[in-house]
Design a protein around this ligand. Structure first.
Ligand SMILES: NC(=O)NCCC[C@H](N)C(=O)O
Length: 266
C-alpha cells in the first residue's frame, strides 16, 4: 500500500484517539447547514458505536481527556494533526474551539510524539489537512488561513513532503469535501468540490455528500457513514470492505466520520 504520512519509527500499532461528547454537544457550531435539534442520548450511543467499530477492526482506542466546556470537542480531529513523529496542536479559525487543544499535549507526548503548536496569527483545523503518500493538502477556508498553511509547511519541512494549499468555499473543511481511499484515489461529492480544485485522474466522484468521507481502517477497508449507502456500494464494487456507522447526530453539526478520531499508526 502506498505510504500514508504518519508513521512513528519502529513501532507497529494502530491507535485511535477519541474524545467523549459532553453535555453541551447540541450547542456545537453550524456554518454551512441549518441547525436542527441534536438528540444527546442518541449521539452518545452513536459515539459508542463509532468507537466500537474501531475496536472490532483491531484498533486500540485511547480516550483523551474530555473538554466538556467546548460543545464541539468530540470532533477531536480538529485540534491536532500528526505527521511522522510530530503532533501539531492547532489554532482553530473558530475562537470557540481553541481551548480544545488542552489535555492533548500529555497524551501525545506519552505516545512518543514531539509536540509543536500553530501560533497567532495563524489558524488551522485538523479537518483541513489531508495527507497521503508524501502530499499534504491544506484547505484554505473559514478555519485555516494562509499563515496556518505556512506554519504547517515550516513544521513539515524536515519531512519529504509536498504541502499544497486548496481554496475552499462550499464546505467547512477540506475533508468535508474530499478524502482518500486506501489506493490514493481522492473521492468527493462534485457539487461540494470547489473549482479550481483539480485532483486529476485519481479523482472518483461519489453520489452522496457523506460518501466523500472515509476513514482508512486497513489496506482494503474503510469506515464510512451509514447515510451514504449508494457510495458504500461503489466502494464494495472496487473491492473494499466497508464498515458503516450511523452518525446522524454528529452530521447535524457538520461532523463526519473523519473528524471523530485521530489515528496514530506506525
Ligand atoms: N473535521 C471536521 O469535519 N470537523 C467537524 C467540526 C464540526 C463543528 N461543528 C465545527 O463547526 O467546528
Amino acid at each position: 500500500m502506498a505510504g500514508i504520512g504518519g508513521t512513528l519509527g519502529g513501532m507497529n500499532r494502530r491507535l485511535a484517539l477519541v474524545r467523549r461528547p459532553g453535555d453541551r454537544l447540541a450547542e456545537g457550531l453550524v456554518t454551512h447547514i441549518d441547525r436542527s435539534p441534536v438528540d444527546l442520548d442518541l449521539a452518545m450511543r452513536q459515539w459508542e458505536g463509532y468507537v466500537e467499530a474501531f475496536r472490532q477492526e483491531g484498533w486500540t482506542v485511547v480516550e483523551v481527556p474530555p473538554a466538556d466546556d467546548h460543545p464541539d470537542s468530540v470532533f477531536v480531529e480538529d485540534p491536532v494533526f500528526v505527521y511522522g513523529d510530530l503532533a501539531v496542536l492547532t489554532r482553530s479559525g473558530a475562537p470557540e474551539r481553541r481551548g480544545e487543544t488542552d489535555g492533548l499535549d500529555d497524551v501525545l507526548t506519552a505516545h512518543g510524539y514531539r509536540v509543536a503548536r500553530i501560533t497567532e496569527p495563524a489558524t488551522l483545523d485538523g479537518g483541513d489537512v489531508l495527507k497521503f503518500d508524501g502530499t499534504v493538502w491544506v484547505g484554505q477556508g473559514g478555519r485555516t488561513n494562509i499563515e496556518g498553511l505556512e506554519q504547517l509547511r515550516e513544521l513539515l519541512a524536515p519531512f519529504d513532503v509536498d504541502v499544497v494549499g486548496v481554496p475552499l468555499e462550499s464546505v467547512l473543511h477540506l475533508k468535508s469535501a474530499v478524502t482518500a481511499l486506501p489506493d490514493g484515489t481522492i473521492i468527493g461529492y462534485p457539487p461540494l468540490v470547489d473549482a479550481p480544485i483539480t485532483w486529476g485522474e485519481e479523482f472518483l466522484p461519489v453520489p452522496e455528500e457523506s460518501g466523500s468521507h472515509v476513514v482508512l481502517l486497513g489496506e482494503d477497508s474503510v469506515l464510512m457513514a451509514a447515510s451514504a449507502p449508494e457510495t458504500a456500494e461503489v466502494f464494495r464494487e472496487r473491492g473494499l470492505r466497508v464498515v458503516t456507522v450511523d452518525i446522524s447526530e454528529f452530521e447535524k453539526l457538520e461532523g463526519c466520520v473523519t473528524c471523530l478520531s485521530v489515528r496514530l499508526r506506525g
